[in-house]
Design a protein around this ligand. Sequence first.
Ligand SMILES: [Zn+2]
Length: 406
Amino acid sequence: MSITVNYEYKLKPTAQQVKTFEAWLSVCKKVYNFALRERKDWVNSRKSAVNACSLVSEYILPADASRPTYYSQCKSLTAAKKNIEELTEPHIHVLQQTLRQLEAAFVSMWERGHGFPRFKKKMRSFVYPDVKQSAVESGRVKLPKIGWVKMKMSRPLPLGFIFKQIRVVKRASGYFVMLTYQLGVQVPDVPFSGHPLGVDIGLDKYLATSDGELVSRPRFFNALHRKLKLLQRRLKHKKKGSSNWLKLQRKIARVHQRINDTRKDWHFKLAHRLCDNAGAIFVEDINFKAWAKGLFGKHTLDAAYGQFFNILSYICWKRDVFFLKVNKDYTSQICPNCGTHTGKKDLSERIHRCNVCNYTTYRDVAAAQVIRNRGVLAVGQPVGLQIASGGVLSGASSNASLDKIP
Ligand SMILES: [Zn+2]
């Protein structure tokens, strides 16, 4: 498990460096669009049988041509560099990363039902996927093949993290660099002691704990979001590219940054607070990407639960609190007190009331208690301990009897 953080700084490039950025972005765009063209042609050539006469399909490619992949396109790129001068200018990793970006767009389409990738009118960023630890210092960053570029130190560089990636981003207000850092977090291999705490993330509350605490969504987000909306509305009345428009763009970027910073800060505080009262914390194992696409959509994206769980696992690790993700299935359909399967609750049903043992509490608190029970059982058994120290928890709660112990 690892925690990833992005630190963004405004660049102060020289005129020559700006020229290079522009040239690279232009080549990246051409490479992206060319590779997309190749993939589109392949798809079109397969739309109908080769011997059928069709007006809509193209037969550019032979029927047995294999599907263009990231690897095949990287190979073609290397070959094309011999003949096309322009392709030799950007760093090869930067161009390969552009092909990877295209591959990712296709994967999103196949796996998450996103639309067919489109041709790019503009390329806004390029990426160096692996970088030397020494490539960044306070006040400057070394971009391979470009050299040191000055940057504005709006905040200090993070300590104790591993420097992973550099992204150069073009915005209306100038060039920025996004530095990606990572920190590996290990699942502790000691059994937990102390108070176990289950955490359920929810819809109308930010989260609920098995101790009965309900944490509300913080209000300050509303004020910041209102401010953002206001600025964005105002932007429409300004002439695109004018100095007032630029000024407003910069202001909007600052509000975005503030929302992110404020949210992260709140996440850290909340994680610490939960650790104050717990020897072990158990949360649901959720695939946030799939989740965000479903019912909860924008709502959960804004709540940034994925980030919160990363931060929580990191703080737990720092403070020697045991942290584990457990199976999330049916947490709202089981009585935490007696283990009875109570059946599906309607979303509007906010109270859990068990017909068998009469146990009554908030729905989200009951779910948090089920999560806590699963966690305790997962690590309380010899087999569970093994699973926990291996860092993978599979099927810890697939056994229905796991929920029988309060
Ligand atoms: Zn019950």
